[in-house]
Design a protein around this ligand. Structure first.
Ligand code: PLP
Length: 442
């Protein structure tokens, strides 16, 4: 497909699109043809600013030559190497480089190909670890309402977004959920961290009281839920969750698939909140969205706990054909170089205030019921219309796209996470197009 090919020449029947209203989309496709820096270009040649870093993944902006060159070189040099009982140096280099930027102690790296795989991997490691240390009765996994942990059976089961679960009745047995922290009544229009709700972490105590601590292997939460439209955790909430998990021997997993790699102005959300989990799941920004890749960061305690038995024994019967794929490692290393050279893992901190004030300037527009922000993440929520949840949100999203802004819509919320190379003028553009769309659609 060339840059200016018109959508009406496109055959759209065969591609069954993910997480998309296929029939609605195919009547009026929204198609990107190319991308550079902060912008996409559509097939009809319009520039569209990227308000969501693709799908929260293009943290260093689009079209990074350094990554393309590294990938091309790698493909021509070593296109594939198995990581089962064989290896290649780049995988070890990449793991070392990731360990260097990890929160202290989380420096054992297991490679996957996506966020969903990272989540399922972390859940399996949690179960295997508990068993290895003689806690084999701990088979229960705890998630949180409104959580999103990808689409594998593990991630779906601990996830808490109802539409993602409803059609697939078979969930992992024994999974339970603590309550979410979204509370418009107490926290609407809170800036950065909401004041109220730390006590909701005590829900983990409720799980312990109900099921018994000796049945619970791990609890997984997104430090800042993203797909459910950016819900910064209440003040003190994550610390309290850490304390309760420790008290009961429950492993704490942070799903940092979105918050990892600089989104909050720190390398990871664990750094931002000063709370270190036992494992961290990542993907997306790990290769700047270029080559599928994910990684689980595990503590030494967990890793070493599994390094037992005779030396010739496989310690963890788990892995993917493409774990530590050479092209993913090459892309990842080039990405980490860019993050370092351009200070992108902390750049968000210097722009967070501007971002916050810009988003909150939309307060008072018709139907706006909440605005949330943290680091370079944010969301604006509008009230649902009578014709259904998400209908107003959809109209605003389409209006934005038509006028040059791409953003993620989640129900009637607009979730934003611009590439970390964003400048103040881009923030102004994003907010002004969104504000106009909200007014037009009102
Ligand atoms: N976990 C979180 C927190 C996510 O936001 C996502 C995707 O948005 C995933 C897991 C799943 O990642 P993937 O789509 O790469 O499988």
């Amino acid at each position: 497909m060339t840059l200016h090919q018109k959508p009406n020449t496109l055959q759209t029947d065969s591609f069954w699109m993910p997480f998309t209203a296929n029939r609605q989309f195919k009547k009026a496709p929204r198609l990107f043809a190319s991308a550079e820096g902060m912008h996409y270009t559509t097939v009809d040649g319009r520039k569209v600013i990227d308000g969501s870093a693709g799908l929260w993944c293009v943290n260093a902006g689009h079209g990074r030559r350094q990554i393309a060159t590294a990938v091309e070189r790698q493909l021509m040099n070593l296109d594939f190497a198995p990581s089962f009982n064989m290896g290649h140096p780049l995988a070890f280099d990449f793991a070392e480089r990731l360990a260097e930027i990890a929160p202290k102690g989380l420096d054992r790296i297991f490679f996957t190909n996506s966020g969903s795989e990272s989540v399922d991997t972390a859940l399996k490691i949690a179960l295997a670890y508990q068993r290895a240390i003689g806690q084999g009765t701990r088979t229960r996994l705890i998630g949180r309402e409104r959580g999103y942990h990808g689409v594998g059976f593990g991630g779906m089961s601990v996830g808490g977004m109802v539409a993602n679960r409803r059609a697939f009745a078979t969930h992992l047995p024994g999974v339970d959920h603590i309550r979410h922290t979204h509370d418009l009544g107490r926290n609407a229009f809170a800036k950065d961290i909401p004041e109220h709700g730390a006590e909701l972490a005590d829900d983990l105590e409720r799980m312990v009281a109900l099921h018994g601590a000796d049945t619970i292997a791990a609890v997984i939460v997104e430090p800042v839920p993203g797909s459910t439209a950016v819900l910064p955790p209440p003040k003190g909430y994550l610390k309290r969750l850490r304390e309760i998990a420790d008290k009961h021997g429950i492993l704490l997993i942070f799903d940092e698939v979105i918050t990892g790699f600089g989104r909050l102005g720190t390398p990871f959300a664990a750094d931002y909140f000063g709370v270190t989990p036992d494992m961290m799941t990542t993907a997306k920004g790990i290769t700047n969205g270029t080559v599928p890749c994910g990684a689980v960061f595990a503590s030494r305690k967990i890793h070493d706990g599994l390094m037992n038995g005779p030396e010739g024994t496989i310690e963890l019967f788990h892995g993917y054909t493409y774990s530590a794929h050479p092209t993913a490692c090459a892309a990842g290393l080039a990405t980490l170089d860019i993050y370092k050279d351009e200070g992108l893992l902390t750049r968000g901190a210097s722009l967070a205030e501007y971002w916050r004030d810009a988003l909150h300037s939309l307060k008072g527009l018709p139907n706006v019921v909440d605005i949330r922000n943290i680091g370079l993440m944010g969301a604006v929520e509008v009230a649902p219309r009578k014709d259904g949840v998400g209908a107003r949100g959809y109209d605003v999203m389409v209006d934005c796209f038509n006028r040059g802004l791409y953003l993620r819509m989640s129900g009637d919320s607009f979730a934003m996470s611009p590439p970390l190379i964003v400048e103040k003028s881009h923030i102004d553009d994003i907010v002004s197009i969104l504000g106009d769309a909200i007014k037009r659609v009102a």
